[in-house]
Design a binder for this molecule. Structure first.
Ligand code: PAF
Length: 281
């Protein structure tokens, strides 16, 4: 497995692989791998002859009071795991290489960031769209794979790729969960054992909402209130948002119709967690 630290070296390798007729898939990550990341790598291996994994904690997608400096990291372990998944190359740039002195170009997005996580993380999706565009230009993949726990991120990237005519297939993969239902996240490592138990309220809320919908409840306010009451009763929690919305536009819906996206963000202790489910009925 090759490890490249500069865009030029990564680009040269990708160009040569493409010239030789290989197909490239990219799994963009911020590292600290769990089974969710590994499932994306497996998908990447299936869809192309060469898998590239990028490992970069992107500062432009973190707000001033967020966890950029505390973000968990274990690069040696990540490299070993990526290699075991059959990765051909890892792109591991520094912050200075990605955003050198004088850097000033960003991808501006329309209405998608005005919902869900974008409301409490105003610079987040601009940073994501910018770094993903840079990674696409550097790695030049045919296919890029993203998890659907960050559902809004996946929609932003699909929209951006279509709007900017990027010749890259975007593939979304299902959320990978712990045995008890907690969606896997590098940020779960911040949770104390008590908070870890409280964090189950996210996946349980999805189950509760799905049951309500299947039992005929279609009013978003009623469903939202039931979830709010439930989460508020769980220790260490603070709700950021609970949204029932259109899975494409992310616009809130008053009356639930199929399919509907239920998305939520909850702070458990100091850790902000997200989860979602598309309910089809
Ligand atoms: O989902 C992530 O880990 C990040 O947002 C991504 C796509 C790697 C961009 O930094």
């Amino acid at each position: 497995m090759k490890v490249f630290k500069t865009p030029r070296d990564m680009q040269d390798w990708s160009e040569e692989e493409r010239r030789q007729g290989e197909t490239l898939s990219l799994v963009p990550t911020m590292g600290y791998f769990h089974d969710g990341h590994l499932s994306l790598m497996k998908k990447g291996r299936e869809l192309a002859s060469r898998l590239v994994v990028s490992l970069f904690v992107n500062p432009t997608q973190f707000g001033a009071n967020e966890d950029l400096d505390a973000y968990p990291s274990n690069i040696q372990r990540d490299l070993a795991l990526a290699e075991a998944e059959g990765t051909s190359a890892v792109f591991l740039p520094s912050r200075d290489v990605m955003y050198p002195q004088g850097y000033q170009t960003y991808v501006e997005l329309g209405s998608l960031p005005a919902h869900l996580c974008g409301l409490s993380r105003p610079v987040h999706f601009r940073g994501v769209a910018t770094v993903v565009t840079k990674l696409f230009n550097i790695v030049q993949p045919h296919t890029a794979i993203f998890g659907s726990k960050d559902f809004q991120q996946l929609q932003v990237i699909r929209r951006m790729t279509a709007d900017l005519n990027m010749n890259i297939r975007i593939v979304g993969c299902p959320i990978v969960r712990e045995a008890d239902g907690l969606a896997m996240s590098s940020r779960n490592s911040y949770l104390t054992p008590e908070e870890r138990r409280s964090a189950l309220c996210l996946s349980r809320s999805l189950d509760k909402a799905e049951t309500l919908v299947r039992n005929g409840e279609k009013n978003s306010t009623v469903i939202g209130k039931a979830l709010r009451d439930f989460i508020d009763s769980v220790a260490f929690t603070e709700i950021d948002y609970i949204s029932l919305c259109d899975p494409e536009s992310l616009e809130e819906v008053a009356e639930v119709s199929s399919p509907v996206l239920l998305a939520l963000a909850v702070k458990v202790g100091k850790t902000r967690l997200i989860d979602n489910r598309v309910i089809v009925f």
